[in-house]
Every structure is written in structure tokens, then in C-alpha cells.
Design a protein around this ligand. Structure first.
Ligand code: 5RP
Length: 230
């Protein structure tokens, strides 16, 4: 199986956990896109579910596939969220936010009874941090926020170079919530839970891409098949 087939295989397995009447969170990214498409197929075949998308991109896909959508205002508790990840570490700690949707992804996952991560094998790592950690910040005062983030990281471990502001087409990348993203190339994250707490305490940080204690299951597809991590 190539990587795209692995993503599809993980998404296909995740659909088996969807039951009639469920309230679903729909993740963002190329792996979650497969899941959204597969859920759309089942909806068109008569499956009765409602869903909350974690990004405008996923909303557009879900609408195209005919998936009935709701919001967390109307439906504040969801049954399951299925989403991708940039890294899956020990204890189902995650790095997310490669697609810039981390704030909504975390809100939706936290409102869900269960979060199932779907990924190809390349995302499973022994130590988080090779993928630069996305941190969503308010544009106001970003220079001070970036400096405070660097200090917060340095209080715990080697902070690496100053985090890079993410750009798109030569301009600041703007999230669905109107914020910016900086990517912190840390190499390794020694204590994800401590770093998560330290980053959350920095004023101007809207959310960071460390998901600690949020996911309950990962469906990881490799060249030889699918395995479940719980
Ligand atoms: C978006 C995310 C994605 O889930 C993550 O980037 C993985 O994406 P992909 O499945 O395309 O590799 O966190 O913010």
C-alpha cells in the first residue's frame, strides 16, 4: 500500500465505528478528507448522523458530500471525532495543526466523548517533535508573544531556533479564526504535558498543537495493513 492507500485504509476502518444517530466531529487534512468522503457515501446510502466540521475546508467537503452539519452551539456534545495527526507519540500524545486547523480541531475533539486518530504509518513516532509544533497566536503583539513562547519553551528544554511565522503566498497564513500560526522546530519534545501547560499559559497563544490526554484510539495503516493503538 502506498501512503495514500494507507490513509484511505485508516479512514475506512474508522467508518466502522460510526453508528446511526451519532454526532460526529469531522477532522481536517488529507487523511480526514478520506473519512469525510466515506461518511458522505454512507449518508447518501441512508446513514443518519449529524456532524461538526473542524475547518471551513472540511465544511465545504461535507456539504459537497451531503453530510448534515450542525454546530457546537446547537450540539455541544459529540459522540466521536475522527481526525488526522502530524505525529502520534507514546500514550496517544499528538502533534496537530499542520493544516492550520488546530484550534477548532481541539475544541471539537474536547467536546467529543471519544477522539479517533487516523494516520499512515509515517505519523507514528517514538518521541514527538520532529514535526515543527504549530502554535496559533493572536496577530496583536505577535513579537512579544513569540518571545514569550521562546522563553516558555526554554524553561523546559532546548528551545531550538526562534519559531517561524507560517506564510502562504508571501503573506501571513491566517487561520479560520483569524489568527496566525508559528511553527516551533524543537527536534524532540521531552515532556509534552509540561510543554502543553507552559504554552497554554502564554498570553496571545490561542492554542497549540500538542494534544495530550485527548485521543483514545489511533488507527494506523502501514504497508501491510491496519493496526489499532489504544
Ligand atoms: C490539520 C491537522 C491535520 O490533521 C494534520 O496536519 C494531518 O494532516 P494530513 O492527514 O494531511 O497529514 O492537524 O490542522
Amino acid at each position: 500500500m502506498n501512503v495514500e492507500a494507507q490513509k484511505r485504509a485508516a479512514a475506512t476502518r474508522a467508518v466502522e465505528f460510526v453508528r446511526p444517530g451519532m454526532r460526529l466531529g469531522l477532522g481536517t487534512g488529507s487523511t480526514a478528507k478520506h473519512f469525510v468522503e466515506l461518511v458522505g457515501e454512507r449518508v447518501r446510502a441512508g446513514l443518519d448522523i449529524i456532524a461538526v466540521p473542524t475547518s471551513e475546508a472540511t465544511r465545504a467537503d461535507a456539504e459537497r458530500y451531503g453530510i448534515p452539519l450542525t454546530t457546537l452551539d446547537e450540539t455541544p456534545e459529540l459522540d466521536v471525532t475522527v481526525d488526522g495527526a502530524d505525529e502520534i507519540g507514546p500514550g496517544l500524545t499528538l502533534i496537530k495543526g499542520g493544516g492550520g486547523a488546530l484550534l477548532r480541531e481541539k475544541i471539537v475533539a474536547a467536546a467529543s466523548g471519544r477522539m479517533i486518530v487516523i494516520a499512515d504509518e509515517s505519523k507514528a513516532v517514538e518521541t514527538l517533535g520532529r514535526f515543527p509544533l504549530p502554535i496559533e497566536i493572536a496577530p496583536f503583539g505577535y513579537g512579544a508573544t513569540e518571545k514569550a513562547i521562546h522563553s516558555a519553551i526554554a524553561g523546559l528544554q532546548s528551545p531550538g531556533p526562534l519559531p517561524l511565522r507560517r506564510t502562504k503566498d508571501g503573506h501571513a497564513f491566517v487561520t479560520d479564526g483569524g489568527h496566525w500560526i508559528i511553527d516551533a522546530a524543537l527536534g524532540r519534545i521531552d515532556d509534552p504535558a509540561a510543554l502543553a501547560r507552559a504554552l497554554a499559559a502564554v498570553p496571545g497563544v490561542m492554542e497549540h498543537g500538542l494534544f495530550v490526554g485527548i485521543a483514545q484510539m489511533a488507527i494506523v495503516a502501514g504497508p501491510d495493513g491496519v493496526r489499532i493503538v489504544e
